[in-house]
Design a protein around this ligand. Structure first.
Ligand SMILES: [Zn+2]
Ligand SMILES: [Zn+2]
Length: 305
């Protein structure tokens, strides 16, 4: 019962925090999906859709890379401003990693090395293997925007389910010590470190949950354009979840039961519960967001410490 009450309180907090920005948030999200959908429809005849294997590998790689650069580029812009107006939305009082220059130069090297290793090694290998089983629809056809939207909503629910359970498993002593600890090196989360993880976690804890929806729905029921839009959305949303800011205009905030950056930030700063990626639902059902909400309550409904 407490969990359900907490969940409603969180929804109320999000609504009041966001206020009139809710309309912007809904419009921006729809625009994001529709713009991507239109771009793909327009450029599709020029893409190598006849060769599904090559198209899947090169397309997924490029969409992820582009979304990673653009999403993180936006947050880099905010970080670089060092502005009071922007930093008033910073979630916790722990200094940004770059405010401790000596440690940061080491951390930055590790982060760049890890990102390059994922981009140049793990991602190409995992795509070339998973590509062997891919059977997405790829012919030019009348793909409706409605289909894209409901399938992405379905993929999000599936991703969140598997992410929650694999993430919770990652917090068992052996898996945490040997695999997941790397992701938790950042107790104040920053968008670039969203994918900073052990390669095994990258594959089992991030990529597999992402693919679950298409496996449940069946590849032949999914158009590859929908898959590309989903990859872009997931890449941007995970950067948003780690950005360290609780912006009232966050485009994802209006989704009912959405975690928001503050929820995952608590997971990083306090390392207690809050295992869900997109929704608070599994944490509420399993009671793993209890400490977050007690903190939230003690803080009189504010998320900053
Ligand atoms: Zn964790
Ligand atoms: Zn994280």
């Amino acid at each position: 019962m407490t969990g359900f009450r907490d969940m409603l309180k969180w929804e109320a907090y999000k609504l009041t925090h966001q206020g009139f920005w809710t309309f912007f948030s809904i419009a921006f999200t729809l625009l994001f999906f529709y713009a991507l959908f239109l771009i793909f429809i327009i450029i599709y005849p020029y893409l190598p859709y006849q060769n599904l294997y090559f198209f899947y590998c090169s397309g997924t790689y490029s969409v992820h890379l582009l979304s990673y650069i653009l999403g993180n580029g936006l947050f880099l812009f905010f970080y670089m401003q060092k502005s009071v107006k922007i930093d008033k939305w910073k979630i916790n009082s722990i200094p940004w990693p770059w405010e401790k220059p000596q440690k940061w130069s080491e951390d930055l090297k590790k982060l760049i090395k890890s990102v390059l290793f994922m981009q140049l090694c793990i991602l190409p290998i995992s795509l070339s293997i998973s590509g062997l089983t891919v059977k997405f629809r790829s012919q030019p056809e009348d793909l409706s925007f409605k289909e894209v939207l409901w399938q992405i909503a379905f993929f999000t629910v599936c991703e969140d389910f598997l992410f929650y359970w694999s993430h919770r498993a990652m917090h068992t002593p052996w898996l945490y010590k040997n695999i997941h600890k790397q992701h938790h090196e950042y107790n104040v989360s920053i968008s670039f470190a969203a994918e900073y993880a052990h390669p095994l976690e990258y594959i089992l804890g991030n990529s597999l949950p992402m693919a679950l929806g298409t496996l449940v729905l069946g590849h032949t029921n999914t158009h590859i354009i929908t898959w590309f839009i989903w990859v872009s959305f997931r890449t941007v949303s995970t950067a948003d979840g780690h950005c360290g800011y609780d912006f009232p205009w966050s485009p994802l905030f209006f989704f009912p039961f959405h975690t928001g950056a503050a929820f995952h930030d608590f997971h990083h700063s306090k390392n207690q519960g809050n295992y869900g990626s997109f929704f608070t639902i599994w944490d509420t059902i399993c009671g793993t967001d209890y400490q977050f909400f007690r903190f939230f309550e003690k803080n009189e409904g504010k998320i900053k410490d």
